[in-house]
Ligand binder design. Structure first.
Ligand code: ZN
Length: 432
């Protein structure tokens, strides 16, 4: 086999580079360079907590952010990633996902959930919050099967229903919404349970919401509400102005299924009043909870989300939702500024779950970060109801780092370029 001349030349040049390149410990100055584990260089860092929105180097050591500066000496680093022309953000937090797959029928230990590591890192997510797939009686299994085995940091909103999301009959069972049991389980697991969830409730009563808030108060954690069936007996405005506390989270904000947008095309005044009180509004896109016919007028009226999340499950990921970075690209298409889109997927989400150590690149913070390209071109974004809106920018996760380790590397930016000298089969021929 003969190599084309150009390739032979290129390979020769590569070998040359390797032989002369090979920077290791030595530096030119008197000061020894710090032996970082990883330095991500020249990327445009967006770190909303620290008000950074500029080209910076980021150095990582021992699983923590070690330094963020205009220029970091990386000559002694074990690995470097050149992020020129790319964006570097804290590892994304997906505030709404279903991550408890198993042999049963629904989201609790069921077919509708997905295993986190297969779906998180490839979109820049390093922390994923399961929202109510498990309840007080199924949480231990969830922890054993998923939380303890995942490389993704998995946190949980505990379902107010003891059984968790085991299907319609269970989820509307007023006899299985014990706030004391939920609060006790949350207090037993302060490292992983960050909130209480109510979802899919079909009845006219306020019990599901009220017991969730009771549990939230007892355990001092926020409540996330999927408001279930639309019922005149429990109007949205009352939920947002009377029932929820500041810091509680209304997810599926652009679903349109519970009167978020009026017939006059105006946002439900309760949404504004809730926001004034400090209720947070989450996207929670999912398979049936994001409509362009709500999101476009809402954003035009100035109602942007506090947090961006997927409502990841086996159906949503294969339909319009896809993944966290795709939902972020949808918000860019709605002209939400990039730094706000990043904030709503990092720092704002960390604050919403009272985990201020996450979602930022402060020195000493866990070394979770993501490198994105902002692709320019023609892209189509589909909502949950089959409608497409065209956009011209799309975020694509190139490199994801979790606890200082590269866990996703789309184009091999963290890998070493291949040279014949590196071959496992020819490298030692000289010695024969
Ligand atoms: Zn959900």
């Amino acid at each position: 086999m003969t190599l084309p001349a150009a390739l032979t030349l290129a390979l020769g040049a590569l070998i040359g580079t390797t032989m002369t390149g090979g920077a290791s410990a030595a530096t030119s100055g008197g000061e020894a360079a710090e032996a970082y584990d990883l330095v991500v260089r020249n990327g445009h860092v967006i770190d909303p907590k620290n008000h950074v929105d500029a080209v910076r180097d980021v150095a990582i050591k021992d699983g923590k952010i070690a330094k963020v500066a205009e220029r970091i000496d990386a000559s002694a680093a074990k690995k470097t990633v050149d992020a020129s022309g790319e964006y570097v953000t804290p590892g994304l937090i997906d505030l709404h996902a279903h991550l408890f797959p198993g042999p049963e029928d629904a989201y609790k230990n069921g077919w509708a959930g997905v295993a986190p590591d297969g779906f998180t890192f490839r979109s820049g997510v390093t922390t994923a919050v399961d929202t109510g797939s498990s309840g007080a009686r199924s949480f231990d299994l969830f922890k054993k099967n998923v939380i303890d085995r995942s490389k993704t940091r998995v946190l949980a909103f505990l379902n107010i229903v003891g059984e968790g999301m085991a299907g319609g009959d269970y989820e509307s069972d007023l006899g299985d919404m014990d706030p004391d049991m939920a609060a006790a389980k949350a207090k037993e697991n302060p490292d992983t349970i960050v909130g209480i969830k109510t979802a899919h409730f079909t009845g006219p009563e306020w019990t599901a919401v009220e017991n969730s808030v009771k549990a939230g108060e007892e355990a001092d954690i926020p409540v996330m509400v999927d408001f279930g069936n639309n019922r005149p007996q429990r109007p949205l405005e009352q939920l947002l102005t009377e029932k929820l506390r500041p810091g509680d989270i209304y997810t599926h904000a652009y679903s349109g299924l519970r009167g978020e947008l009026g017939k006059d095309g105006k946002l439900n005044p309760g949404m504004w009043k809730g926001r004034e009180r400090g209720v947070l509004f989450d996207v929670g896109h999912g398979g049936g909870s994001f409509g362009w016919d709500v999101a476009i007028p809402a954003v035009e009226q100035g109602f942007l989300p506090d947090t961006i999340s997927t409502d990841l499950h086996i159906d949503s990921m294969n339909s319009g939702m896809k993944d966290q970075s795709n939902v972020m690209s949808k918000m860019l298409t709605l002209r939400m500024p990039l730094k706000d889109v990043v904030n709503a997927s990092t720092w704002a989400s960390a604050k919403a779950i009272q985990r201020p150590e996450l979602g930022n690149l402060s020195v000493g913070a866990p070394a979770d970060l993501a490198v994105f390209t902002l692709e320019k071109g023609k892209f189509g974004f589909v909502d949950s109801f089959g409608w497409r809106v065209d956009g011209n920018r799309k975020l694509s996760a190139e490199v994801t780092v979790r606890a200082g380790k590269v866990v996703w590397d789309l184009n091999g930016q963290a890998a070493q370029k291949y040279t014949p000298a590196a071959s496992r089969f020819t490298a030692s021929t000289d010695e024969h």
